[in-house]
Design a protein around this ligand. Structure first.
Ligand code: ATP
Length: 232
């Protein structure tokens, strides 16, 4: 069987990055022999409110979180790009950089996958990369591969695979639901705890927690910073 090099691409707002993200990444790197694994902080997200921390701060927190792990890399291309972030543009760029003979794997949480049909040119995603879905508490749908919006079910078709080894057999087009540990941690919860002056210890790396404190992120007035801007 063909065995292509594997590149993992884990996009997110990372506002802030936490152990939910990091544990998933660790388990995936251990289960799937990624040759490279990138964290890609989104610049200006298209489908959600503007993040509370700046692009630089969010990337800075990712850098701190992964600094001791040589398997993890930070890719700042989206925060450097003008305009809203489009995952498909990032995937096109990876494909043109790495060529046809690598397997690109986009890592996304089940909650995000259920909205993939709202992304720009979302059908193209399956022509550019594999999708590795990680379940999240509150999104148990992936296990049974049902309960998706009809459009997504159709696009998934026969792409599902059950063995991660198959990801290296072709450069794109497969969907794998990874059996990672469910950790009920979210950035929303962490921001709310900071705003309420409660402890965030053990939810994220200490270095990130220190950064939040030093830069006074997510403090009391953060609720008022919501701009209500919601692009679609
Ligand atoms: P927020 O609470 O602000 O929405 P978040 O915690 O969901 O943030 P994101 O940066 O938006 O974090 O997530 C990036 C990606 O990681 C998404 O695909 C999301 O589904 C996934 N993800 C986030 N937290 C977890 C978790 N605890 N377990 C598994 N996947 C997660």
């Amino acid at each position: 069987m063909t065995s292509l090099a594997l590149i993992g691409i884990y996009g997110g707002t990372f506002d802030p990055i936490h152990f939910g993200h990091l544990r998933v990444a660790e388990e995936l790197v251990s289960d799937i022999a990624f040759n490279r694994f990138f964290f890609v902080p989104a610049g200006t997200p298209r489908l959600r409110d503007i993040p509370f921390a700046s692009k630089t701060q969010r990337a800075g927190m990712v850098a701190l979180a992964i600094q001791d792990n040589p398997d993890f890399l930070l890719d700042t291309r989206e925060i450097k790009r003008e305009g809203v972030s489009k995952t498909v543009e990032t995937l096109r760029a990876y494909r043109s950089e790495y060529g046809e003979n690598v397997a690109l794997c986009l890592i996304i949480g089940a909650d995000t996958f259920l909205k993939i049909h709202q992304w720009c040119d979302w059908h193209e995603v399956f022509e550019l990369c594999h999708v590795v879905i990680v379940n999240r508490p509150g999104s148990p749908l992936i296990k049974h591969k049902q309960g998706f919006p009809e459009e997504i079910q159709q696009a998934c078709g026969s792409r599902w695979i059950t063995c991660s080894a198959s990801l290296a057999s072709q450069p794109y087009g497969l969907i794998y639901a990874a059996p990672t540990t469910l950790l009920d941690i979210s950035a929303t919860q962490i921001r709310a705890l900071v705003a309420a002056k409660k402890s965030i210890r053990y939810l994220l790396p200490d270095a990130v927690s220190d950064y939040i404190k030093t830069h006074q992120l997510y403090t009391g007035e953060y609720e008022f910073k919501k701009t209500g801007q919601h692009c679609s």
